[in-house]
Design a protein around this ligand. Sequence first.
Ligand SMILES: Cc1ncc(COP(=O)(O)O)c(C=O)c1O
Length: 428
Amino acid sequence: MTTLQDCRRLDAQDPLRPLRDLFTLPEGVLYLDGNSLGALPAATPARVAQVVTQEWGHELIRAWNTADWASAPQRLGDKIARLIGAGPGQVVATDSTSVNLYKVLSAALSIAAQDAPGRKRIVSERSNFPTDLYIAESLARERGLELVLVEPEEIAAALDEHLALLMLTHVNYRTGAMHDMAALTAAAHAAGALVVWDLAHSAGAVPVALLQDDADFAVGCGYKYLNGGPGAPAFVWVHPRHAERFRQPLSGWWGHARPFAFVPGYEPAAGIARYLCGTQPQIALAALECGLDTLLAAEPLGGMAALRAKSLALTDLFIALVQERCAGHGLGLATPRAHAQRGSQVSLSWAGADDAGAYAIVQALIARGVIGDYRAGDGARHPHILRFGFTPLYVGFEDVWHAVEHLRDVLTSGEWRRPEFKQQHAVT
Ligand SMILES: Cc1ncc(COP(=O)(O)O)c(C=O)c1O
């Protein structure tokens, strides 16, 4: 049986503990939603103020050269590459994940049409994040293809001679279940198809080895585990074997080989730079760079491997405490127990009689300063979910203890049944 003292001891022994000081966290808040919006790095406000007052305010347009604004997408891309097992010059930080998905799906489908003409199928997971499915749906419509949605255990059987492209999110946003990137990529390649990975819940959360696992394309999010701030620029990667083959449809001037030649015809820049479209948001990129630097500060302490070890210890502890202390109230475990299949979050499924229960429990926790979130389900296969993200940079073992104690209080007291906790907000 784990005790509060055990948790305090784990914090005292944690070599990553000093990284928490790189963040500004409000008093009285236990923040378990870094899988949705990462916390504020302590360096960000001053850096953003510097970009605004000095670089923009004083340098004005000269800052594109003097403050090196022009190369920010590549500079940040190289930092992201260190977190996802990619090489320098292979990643750019730009646009949103949704927009980048449109670009990579278009590029991948064009390559597939050349290499394996006649293949008409894009396969993805039914519980993939909706924006991925919506973007794939519209591309399928545009190109006369078919989008087939399957459950995880049906993926292997869907890798056949009809498949052009497999599009998966590495760590599922609802359950926190993690796919085996190397095995699925190899299986899709063996079937003659390409693979696009969404790393929204992986980058900065779990070790990723894009080159080693031989992936084709990847996109990911800047505002979750990369701590880049709300709506931060996302990122995009392409394997060097496709570097000179792929074209993307949003052929804006920043992806041109010579943007300042101002010639009328489009000529894509070499490599990943062609994934840029328009003028890049420098204030947002500066904030994202502060977030990236919080993760890179872990490199001398063991980097992603050390963060992963702590993340698994935190999620193991949370699972064990919930089972010990919150049993009998209708909560189940939606996240796999096997470490190899778990991202950096724990999702609890709701099987209580009150359909609004999962949402209301999360609201009651938020009112107590324990911030997780809720994701609606659509039945027994995909139940309503309470999500708790564990960002090892700033979440400690004692935080986990107190979060579970609050959850236990909310459940045993029936506090969550209060009408105010059932009132739906626009953003959950
Ligand atoms: C897997 C996944 N992909 C994409 C997104 C969001 O994309 P965007 O940044 O375009 O809103 C999310 C957001 O939570 C996500 O979980």
